[in-house]
Design a protein around this ligand. Structure first.
Ligand code: NAP
Length: 250
């Protein structure tokens, strides 16, 4: 159990799945929460209500992380709530299973725009606020990568896997860049987690791939959220640049 924390966390893609579980876990740990979503306002507002029930302040902002103006607006809303002390770079997309020789330039561009550009833009805005170099008081960033970065996702979405490998490198490089400026930067690499994202690729994907997980089951969003909250917390005070697999051994 993580002891109560204060501060304000931005969780991108906090309306559903891993981001929603993370927003709620952060609220339980005492963070005020500013979450973003792309389209599903009802889901986002439900998470906001859950956070508020935990006794913290919470708000939801419609903001596409792949659009710079939206990212700036997300952080402007957070600034009005208080001092941003934590960022969870969670928003991400996959696409229907495809071989690389069938990929369109538009698809690859969109994958990189959301998963890579989005993570970079949010990290940039967080560093501008948290870094002691910019007059901030420090903070913690957790990027949501994927075991796909290591496995490569052959025959499904090599573009997605490559986007997550970029998130891993962002994590290691930025961690070293700001280590003396009061900011820790880490990543979780989830394996197969039971969320709606798999509906985008192919029906029955989770069931089909469950036997490939050494623990013999898929993970719950809350199990990823617990790892994220630990990395955000002072319990992980000497942990930076870490890529933490949350994958049941896969
Ligand atoms: P999910 O259930 O599909 O939820 C995605 C969330 O991100 C939603 O709140 C969605 O908003 C938001 N979102 C999508 N595109 C966005 C954009 N351009 N700007 C802002 N928000 C956006 O996905 P998930 O399974 O929780 O995945 C969360 C993260 O974990 C992703 O980065 C994913 O790659 C990673 N991951 C997932 C798994 C897994 O097995 N589930 C495994 C490894 C890594 P709306 O609700 O408005 O649509």
């Amino acid at each position: 159990m993580i002891t109560a924390m204060g501060g304000l966390v931005i969780v991108t893609g906090g309306g559903r799945g891993i981001g929603a579980a993370t927003a709620l876990a952060c609220a339980s740990a005492g963070f005020d929460v500013c979450l973003s979503y792309r389209a599903n306002e009802a889901a986002a507002q439900q998470v906001v209500a859950g956070c508020q029930q935990a006794g913290v302040r919470a708000t939801a902002v419609r903001a596409d992380v792949g659009v710079e103006a939206d990212v700036l607006e997300l952080f402007a809303v957070a600034d009005r709530m208080g001092t941003v002390t934590a960022l969870v770079n969670n928003a991400g997309i996959v696409a229907p299973a495809s071989r690389l020789d069938d990929l369109s330039a538009d698809r690859i561009d969109q994958m990189m725009r959301v998963n890579v550009l989005g993570a970079f833009l949010c990290a940039r805005e967080a560093v501008r606020r948290m870094s002691t170099r910019h007059g901030g008081t420090g903070g913690s960033i957790v990027n949501v990568s994927s075991r796909a970065a290591v496995l490569g996702s052959a025959g499904e979405y090599v573009d997605y896997a490559a986007s997550k490998a970029a998130v891993d490198t962002l994590t290691v490089g930025l961690a070293r860049e700001v280590a003396r400026e009061g900011i820790r930067v880490n990543a979780v690499r989830p394996g197969l987690i039971d969320t709606e994202i798999h509906e985008t690729t192919s029906p029955g994907r989770l069931e089909r791939l469950t036997p490939t997980v050494p623990m013999g089951r898929v993970g719950a969003p809350e199990e990823v959220a617990a790892a994220i909250v630990w990395l955000l917390s002072d319990a992980a005070s000497f942990v930076t640049g870490a890529l933490l697999d949350v994958s049941g051994g896969r």
